[in-house]
Design a protein around this ligand. Structure first.
Ligand code: ADP
Ligand code: MG
Ligand code: ZN
Length: 480
């Protein structure tokens, strides 16, 4: 039997507003437990929620960027369930009237053909608190931190259009990129700003109806997402081929073992007893609001990539890599403005800069010790012949370590390239005098010794001799 996999993703993205979605408490990450709470987010009786308009702005932008239809009227609903991290006993979410519907994100399928993944809906909701289970031996209680309660989220629900793990991770990456470009979510998967749940089912090829799905929760990297989906595919196929059935359940991915594990049987919507939240008015969004948000949209990653290949002549792979982060793409453009050699700038970014960022675990080039001015200044010096490209690598390392400008580094370290012929000639003479045997062999026809001489001379000049001048002088002397 041939099987086909069907996948739909639910992504929760934290909106990076300064304050929570229904109260004025701070949303900053990492504060002491229960220091960012008030009667509203603690769910105390009588406290009333007030909608944070900024969250609506952000949601509209996400909707526009993913070609959703913005609802003229949407509504908040109560999703009722009991859990110790949910003080009100319900989560304020949206149900039958979400703010956004019918969007899409483009991916490339496993055969290399472009394909759309539909977005069913995007809705706004509040986050729950966090339970902390102390690992002290013998400890038989848990602690509750409500700092995260009422932090604004949007949930982006895809259509079951995805057919492979690669398509799933592409979709999720593109979505993350869009959120980051819009500046509405920091996309940090380790801190839980972006959480992905994968719904997976399989069916015999040719069958119309979908199979029963499992939902694997909170997969916190793209690699784990692919692993979890592949694992589920295999597990479900094995189960069905042995004559078993897939049960609809919530599963957790164990990233150490690379397996998913059953957690609980899945609730149905009616278990939540949704109903409109009487404390919040219906949300009305008029055309003027939508137009205003359109006006604030930045250039999106797809468009920017295309422009980087057409305007700057970068290859598709290079512009993909640089546009992966908005900060990096900005860095690139600012540097090119200062030193108009896109290919050279791209090479420095993809080489030394990305290497050092990786080494130091920097997420954003904005946190790196070098700026577009540093790189452009260095490239100016290379172009002017003041330093060679070999020396530029040394200059880069000093700039990175000290934050000093290229010019200052070159001056302080005496790295100026020697182009003065008489100075270089002295070194050439010295090397030739020190290696009489090699000179003889060269004159006898062993011309590949040229490289040996150049190497010696460059070493003697500590890399500063202008290679062009060296070659010219050396040839003249050896062949005279
Ligand atoms: P729930 O709250 O029950 O998880 P949602 O409507 O929020 O329901 O999300 C359902 C998700 O599961 C969507 O992304 C949808 O595309 C996906 N999905 C639905 N049915 C299947 C199926 N048979 N196989 C795989 N994915 C599915
Ligand atoms: Mg779900
Ligand atoms: Zn609060």
């Amino acid at each position: 039997m041939q099987w086909e996999m069907v996948v739909g993703l639910e992504v929760h993205a934290q909106m990076n507003t300064n304050t929570k979605i229904f109260c004025g408490c701070s949303t900053s990450f990492g504060s002491d437990p229960n220091t960012q709470v008030c009667p509203v987010c603690l769910g105390l009786p009588g406290a009333l929620p007030v909608l944070n308009k900024k969250v609506v702005d952000y949601a509209i932008k996400v909707g526009l960027a993913t070609e959703c239809k913005v609802a003229g009227m949407s509504r908040f609903a109560r999703k009722n369930y009991f859990y110790p991290d949910l003080p009100k006993g319900y989560q304020i979410s949206q149900f039958e009237l979400p703010i956004l519907e019918f969007g899409r994100i483009g991916v490339v399928d496993d055969e290399g053909n472009p394909k759309d993944i539909g977005i069913t809906r995007i809705h706004m909701e509040e986050d729950a608190g966090k339970l902390i289970h102390p690992e002290t031996p013998g400890c038989n209680y848990s602690l509750v931190d409500l700092n995260r309660a009422c932090v604004p989220l949007i949930e982006i629900v895809s259509e079951p259009d995805i057919r492979s793990a690669k398509e799933a991770s592409q979709y999720a990456k593109k979505l993350r990129e869009i959120l980051i470009y819009l500046g509405v979510c920091d996309g940090n998967m380790n801190e839980g700003s972006l959480r992905i749940d994968a719904n997976v089912s399989v069916r015999p090829v040719g069958q119309k109806e979908f199979g029963t799905r499992s939902e694997t929760k909170n997969v916190n990297s793209f690699r784990f997402l692919e692993q979890a989906i592949e694992y589920e595919r295999e597990r479900q196929i094995d189960l069905l081929e042995e004559g078993g059935v897939v049960v609809q359940e919530t599963r957790l991915f164990d990233s150490v073992k690379g397996v998913t594990k059953g957690m609980r049987s899945k609730e149905e919507a009616h278990d939540y007893r949704y109903f409109p939240d009487p404390d919040l008015l219906p949300l009305v969004i008029d055309d003027e609001w939508i137009e205003r948000m359109k006006g604030e949209l930045p250039e999106l990653p797809e468009a920017r990539r295309a422009r980087f290949t057409s305007d700057f002549g970068l290859s598709g792979d290079d512009s993909d890599l640089i546009c992966q982060s908005r900060d990096m793409a900005d860095f690139f453009e600012q540097t090119v403005k200062l030193h108009n050699d896109p290919k050279a700038v791209a090479n420095w970014i993809m080489g030394s800069i990305m290497r050092d960022m990786n080494k130091e675990g920097l997420e954003s080039v904005a946190d790196a010790p070098i700026t577009p001015e540093h790189i452009a200044g260095m490239l100016d010096l290379v172009k002017a012949g003041t330093i060679s490209s070999t020396i530029a690598k040394e200059v880069f390392d000093h700039m990175w370590a000290t934050g000093k400008s290229a010019r200052d580094v070159v001056e302080e370290k005496g790295l100026v390239q020697v182009t003065d012929t008489s100075e270089i000639e002295a070194i050439v003479d010295k090397i030739l005098a020190a290696n009489p045997d090699e000179v003889e062999q060269y004159k006898g026809g062993k011309t590949k010794l040229m490289g040996f001489f150049v190497g010696q001379i460059m070493r003697e000049s500590r890399g500063k001799a202008n290679p062009g001048v060296v070659n010219q002088l050396l040839k003249a002397k050896l062949e005279s």
